[in-house]
Design a protein around this ligand. Structure first.
Ligand SMILES: C[S@@+](CC[C@H](N)C(=O)[O-])C[C@H]1O[C@@H](n2cnc3c(N)ncnc32)[C@H](O)[C@@H]1O
Length: 507
């Protein structure tokens, strides 16, 4: 049974099923009322004392009883994040009549136990309000009631991809596996036109509601299987958060999670489509769990199925011990015994398909501006960079810089020059233990892309030189400093920029 058929049976219709152009026009009242109550990422973080993405069901009761007050913001959090039944008078203090009308008629709000309850969560991320299904782990546990069409919560992978995907101007952007629509809606800010594709009709309805809720009009959501609905079209940018969790045999199925036995069923198909779907110079940014990282470059090359024309950046966030990965995916189990049993089955399932290591991260595939084949000199490159940890803040300019550097190297020729600029978020920390030698470290606590680096004295000298004067690439190239500079560029601590235009003006 799916959630849609469940709510059909219980309410006679499913959430958002009745949405009309009139609803779309009226949904802005919901956004305005929530914003007026301070319901945004910062407001919710301040009220809960934690980032909204860190919320766990185990915390709901405590937050409700001992942390939240009685103001409209607290009402919104109880209703739309903590699954509480809220007194109607409190909801009326939060939402005006027009907003209430829309939410009732779309079956978002309903009466329950002497108050009102929301059928959806509304999460604040990337300056958007996003409706998703409630609960991450709860009632889809049993095989019989798998509720497999649940629309995915906003996870670290969702928010992370929206941070990693570059935001420079795009004419056409495609969001594969759009779910709640978060990637499409963020992309709508830097794209003329966005198409989101999802195979789950419930997700398409949620995404359309979310576009209206955020007043966004240049996005279309289409029902279909991966590239099927956009066959024959090409895009400047593709973003995708596909289902990537390896399936446990006989486990309950979940559309947003299940990536086939090895977790890579959809990933492989999406990467394989890069040649057809990306314009020359186009970028495909994907978030996924990265299995057997040491062998991943080979698999990516195999999926691409070409020998040239592409550069790939694998951005690694953090390593997950296999047992901890299995345990995370078992955390919906109703008892500790069942949790341990499910985790053990997952460990065995991972072993059966040869998964030895798990990292979280991103794969960015760039079709070279020259395209594929003749003129697209050099084999496919796959480079791996370790980020500082989970990417929570926008980091797309690093990705753009990464590919720009590769292009320069490939096409620039011996006369190409530039200036090495230090990343202003990076600081040099020098420590000198009593009687010991000085050690140097580059740190960037405000930049999630740049991992802390212990550096040599030579690297320190180069770094300090870039901070006080223009260091030309032509001076570094071919010298002992070149590998050092390359490493700093690769890690995002330095950027190679064009030389400033010659000064002076002819008036
Ligand atoms: C991990 S969720 C991502 C949701 C959202 N894009 C985000 O970043 O939070 C994966 C989504 O892929 C959809 N999906 C699964 N198989 C698909 C397929 N073959 N074609 C298109 N979408 C698919 C699921 O319905 C689900 O909404």
């Amino acid at each position: 049974m799916t959630l849609d058929s469940f709510s059909d049976r219980h309410h006679g219709r499913a959430v958002f099923a009745t949405m009309t152009p009139e609803h779309r026009a009226a949904i802005g009242a919901v956004r305005d009322d929530l914003r007026a109550a301070g319901y945004d990422e910062d407001g919710v973080r301040a009220a809960l004392g934690m980032p909204v993405l860190d919320l766990q069901p185990a915390a709901f009761h405590h937050l409700d009883r001992h942390v939240l007050g009685t103001d409209p913001l607290a009402t919104a959090i109880r209703l739309f994040l903590l699954d509480r039944v809220v007194a109607e008078k409190d909801v009326r203090a939060l939402l005006g009549e027009p907003a209430l009308d829309v939410l009732f008629s779309l079956d978002v709000l309903g009466e329950a136990d002497g108050g009102l309850r929301s059928q959806v969560h509304l999460t604040c991320a990337h300056d958007l309000l996003l409706a998703t299904d409630t609960g991450r782990y709860s009632d889809w546990w049993t095989g019989a009631d798998d509720l497999s069409d649940r629309v995915m919560y906003i996870g670290y992978d969702s928010a992370g991809l929206a941070s990693v995907a570059p935001r420079d101007r795009s004419r056409r952007t495609l969001d594969l596996c759009s779910g709640s629509g978060i990637q499409s809606l963020v992309a709508s800010r830097y794209s003329d036109e966005v198409v989101g594709v999802d195979i789950n009709p419930r997700a398409i309805r949620f995404a359309r509601f979310n576009a209206a809720l955020n007043g966004i009009e240049n996005v279309t959501f289409v029902l279909g299987d991966l590239l099927g609905p956009v066959a024959g079209r090409a895009f400047d940018r593709v973003v995708s958060n596909p289902p990537f969790v390896p399936e446990v045999p006989e486990g309950a199925r979940l559309l947003y999670r299940d990536g086939g036995p090895d977790g890579e069923r959809l990933l492989a198909e999406i990467v394989a489509g890069a040649g057809r779907i990306l314009e020359p110079g186009g970028l495909m940014s994907i978030t996924t769990d990265l299995f057997n990282l040491d062998d991943l470059p080979r698999r990516i090359g195999e999926w691409l199925g070409v020998r040239d024309g592409f550069d790939v950046l694998v951005l690694v966030e953090r390593r997950f011990p296999v047992w901890a990965y299995a345990d995370t995916h078992a955390s919906h189990a109703p008892t500790a015994r069942e949790r341990a049993a499910y985790a053990a089955r997952m460990v065995d399932a991972l072993e059966d398909v040869g998964i030895r290591t798990v990292h979280t991260g991103y794969i960015v595939v760039r079709r070279r501006p020259g395209g594929t084949g003749r003129g697209a000199a050099g084999p496919v490159t796959v480079e791996t960079v370790s980020a500082a940890g989970p990417v929570r803040r926008p980091a797309g300019t690093h990705v753009t810089d990464h590919f720009r550097f590769l292009d320069r190297e490939r096409e620039g020729g011996p006369d190409d020059d530039g200036v090495l600029l230090p990343n202003p978020a990076v600081r040099l920390v020098t420590s000198a233990p009593p009687g010991g030698a000085e050690t140097h470290r580059l740190v960037a606590p405000e930049d999630d892309y740049v991992a802390d680096m212990d550096i040599s004295d030579l690297t320190r000298k180069l770094w300090q030189a870039t901070a006080v004067s223009d260091v030309r690439w032509s001076v570094i190239r071919g010298s002992a400093l070149e590998p050092v500079a390359r490493e700093l560029v690769r890690q995002g601590a330095l950027t190679l920029r064009d030389l400033p235009a010659a000064g002076g003006s002819d008036g």
